[in-house]
Structures are given as structure tokens and as C-alpha cells.
Design a protein around this ligand. Structure first.
Ligand code: RTP
Ligand code: MG
Length: 148
């Protein structure tokens, strides 16, 4: 069982894609164990994307993710990290396959709708930036008996 951090970025919220994206996560068989909608603080955004701090697009990226409310989630299940990267599709939507979120709903890297942690270490780090332990719930889905 793995946990990953998922964000519906401000463009996804503004375009009314929250339900569509959550629905894809649920239908795939993954579980949402924490969720909130808020405007991310600049401090959290910079910490979240600190691996890109030296990149030329860093300032634009931070402005984008704090430009309006985003939806933060902890999503869990077997191979959740790898599966959610595949569900989101390639970073540049030009390369994202139809059927992925970015392949179906995005055309620009700078407005690519969603985020998903890229490794177990990133997932742990990102979840701790955006959620307190007490905000992450534990429950059984009706169809998960004996799956893992
Ligand atoms: P994310 O972290 O948001 O899930 O995206 P990712 O892993 O697929 O891509 P990453 O390399 O981590 O880039 C983070 C976000 O920065 C923006 N970006 N802009 N202008 C550019 O060349 C550029 N490259 C990346 C995108 O919003 C990307 O999702
Ligand atoms: Mg990334």
C-alpha cells in the first residue's frame, strides 16, 4: 500500500474539473484518504517545488500554483504513486496521451491541471508539507477486502 500527494492545480479548479479528476481517481480503484481546497501559501508552494528553485520557470510556477484555490489530496492504494503519474500523463501536455488527465484537458506545460508525487520520498515529503497526520483518515472501501 502506498500514499501519494495529488494536487488539482488552480487552472483545474477554475475550469470546473474537480469532479472529473476525483471521479477518475475513484474509478481507477484508489482511495482518497485526505482532501482540502485552499489557496496554497507561498511558503508551502516554494517548499513543495524546491527541487525546481534554480530553474528559469520557478517564479512563474510558484505564481501559478498560488494564483487561486487548489485541491490537495492524499491518495492511497497499491502502486498509487506510479499509477497516479500515469493517470496524470506527461508533464508537457503535447506529449500526454489521450485518456490521461493532461492528454484530455491540457495544452500547455504551464497550465497542466494536476500534480502527482514522483517517488516514495517525494510523496512522504509532500504529504507532510500539506497535511498534518491528524488530517489523514483511515477507512475501508467496500471493494478492498483482501486486496492488500
Ligand atoms: P508536477 O510536479 O507539477 O506534478 O509536474 P511533473 O512532475 O510532471 O513535472 P516537473 O518537472 O516536476 O515540473 C513541475 C511543474 O513545473 C511546470 N514546468 N514548467 N516552463 C517549463 O519548462 C516548465 N517545466 C515544468 C509545470 O507546471 C510542471 O508540472
Ligand atoms: Mg514534479
Amino acid at each position: 500500500m502506498e500514499q501519494t500527494y495529488i494536487m488539482i492545480k488552480p487552472d483545474g479548479v477554475q475550469r470546473g474539473l474537480i469532479g472529473e479528476i476525483i471521479s477518475r481517481i475513484e474509478k481507477r480503484g484508489l482511495k482518497i484518504s485526505a482532501m482540502k481546497l485552499n489557496v496554497m501559501s507561498e511558503e508551502s508552494a516554494k517548499e513543495h517545488y524546491k527541487e525546481h528553485a534554480e530553474k528559469p520557470f520557478f517564479g512563474t510556477l510558484i505564481d501559478y500554483v498560488i494564483s487561486g484555490p487548489s485541491v490537495s489530496m492524499v491518495v492511497e492504494g497499491k502502486d498509487a504513486i506510479t499509477i497516479m503519474r500515469a493517470v496524470n500523463g506527461a508533464t508537457n501536455p503535447v506529449n500526454a496521451l489521450p485518456g490521461t488527465i493532461r492528454g484530455d484537458f491540457a495544452i500547455e506545460t504551464g497550465r497542466n491541471v494536476v500534480h502527482a508525487s514522483d517517488s516514495p520520498d517525494s510523496a512522504k515529503r509532500e504529504i507532510s508539507i500539506h497535511f498534518k497526520d491528524s488530517e489523514i483518515t483511515s477507512y475501508s472501501k467496500i471493494d478492498e477486502v483482501c486486496l492488500y
